[in-house]
Design a binder for this molecule. Structure first.
Ligand SMILES: [Zn+2]
Length: 113
């Protein structure tokens, strides 16, 4: 389950920030998890509860946003909506598409005490 490894790096980043910025408790963790990032938000929540135990992030709420998939199609010369990461352009069927949104996984913001 790769959500576990992901969650561990998220909690590591939070603990590192806590050391740098000197906060002692995290209330909310806002995450961007793209619709095509192949991460299950529910699995992420489950792992987070386990991994954050005993850290500054223990008990924090996970606020997960899921930006939809978007790509730039070189053939159409425009941004198109994507349903899968390595799919074809839904307009022209072309394969020369580059993901621009929807596969991100990052911490947007921390609400801390
Ligand atoms: Zn196209």
């Amino acid at each position: 389950m790769h959500e576990m490894a992901l969650t561990e790096s998220i909690v590591d980043i939070i603990c590192e920030e806590a050391r740098k910025q000197g906060f002692g408790k995290v209330r909310v963790v806002r995450l961007q998890v793209g619709a095509m990032a192949h991460v299950e938000p529910e699995a992420l929540r489950f792992c987070f509860d386990a991994v954050s135990r005993g850290t500054v992030a223990e008990g924090a709420t996970l606020d997960i946003r899921r930006p939809p998939g978007e790509a730039w199609c070189f053939d159409c010369g425009k941004t198109v909506a994507m349903e899968e990461r390595f799919g074809a352009c839904p307009d022209c069927g072309g394969r020369r598409v580059q993901m621009t949104s929807g596969d991100e996984l990052r911490i947007d913001e921390l609400e801390v005490d």
